[in-house]
Design a protein. Structure first.
Length: 220
């Protein structure tokens, strides 16, 4: 059976419309009070669930909720608190170092440009994109594993790289939709189109876009 949405633009328009129906509200998954605590939470979320990060960060903020306070903490104290998030030694060093640089270079305020954010230790393009969109409301399209997977399943990109996926999605969707849409895709990927629960033929959007798609055969 042919797809009722044969082009990328047609699929993108349906996806945007359906996800807005499913997720009218788009709360930010990582609990935070300001741009700095969001930045640290995003650093902690690498290879860790948002739920686990949200369990750990209250104790970290109780110790140090500002860049100046965090910069004064020994790395060992940071590491002890964030250990449940995994990769604790690397993340603790990054959090301590980025906090010091925010104080020294930016007067204690999280910088508001991609270049300045990505110059901070432990902050890559995806982390900077999350902070820019969720803390400062700047149009950005952070691509995590959920979005990368969905964009491939929905044939919005060839999926050669996360960078290519981001470029393709930005071309397909209006700029004023990026900030909410990336969260809606994450919510849908976690709830319905999971890595193991859907192979491109199970969830509602996959079935609607590709009614004739066959399940992937696995070798025995």
């Amino acid at each position: 059976m042919p797809s009722p949405y044969p082009t990328k633009s047609a699929r993108a328009a349906f996806i945007d419309r359906r996800l807005e129906e499913l997720y009218q509200e788009t709360p930010i998954p990582l609990q935070h009070d300001n741009p700095y605590t969001l930045l640290v939470a995003v650093v902690l979320s690498a290879q860790c669930t948002d739920q686990r990060v949200n369990q750990v960060t209250p104790a970290l903020w109780a110790l140090a909720g500002t860049p100046a306070a965090m910069a004064r903490l020994p790395v060992e104290r940071i590491e002890a608190v964030i250990r449940p998030c995994g990769l604790a030694p690397q993340k603790a060093r990054a959090i301590g170092a980025l906090s010091r640089l925010i104080v020294e270079r930016h007067g204690g305020a999280v910088p508001r440009t991609f270049a300045e954010l990505e110059a901070l230790p432990g902050v890559g393009h995806k982390t900077a994109s999350v902070v820019m969109t969720q803390a400062f409301g700047e149009p950005a399209f952070p691509v995590d594993t959920h979005i990368h997977r969905l964009a491939q399943r929905w044939r919005l990109t060839d999926g050669r790289s996360v960078e290519q996926t981001e470029r393709d999605l930005k071309r397909l969707f209006p700029r004023d939709r990026w900030n909410q849409l990336h969260l809606r895709m994450i919510f849908y990927g976690r709830e319905h189109c999971t890595a193991r629960g859907c192979d491109g033929t199970v969830c509602e959007i996959c079935r609607t876009l590709f009614p004739g798609r066959r399940p992937v055969r696995t070798s025995r």
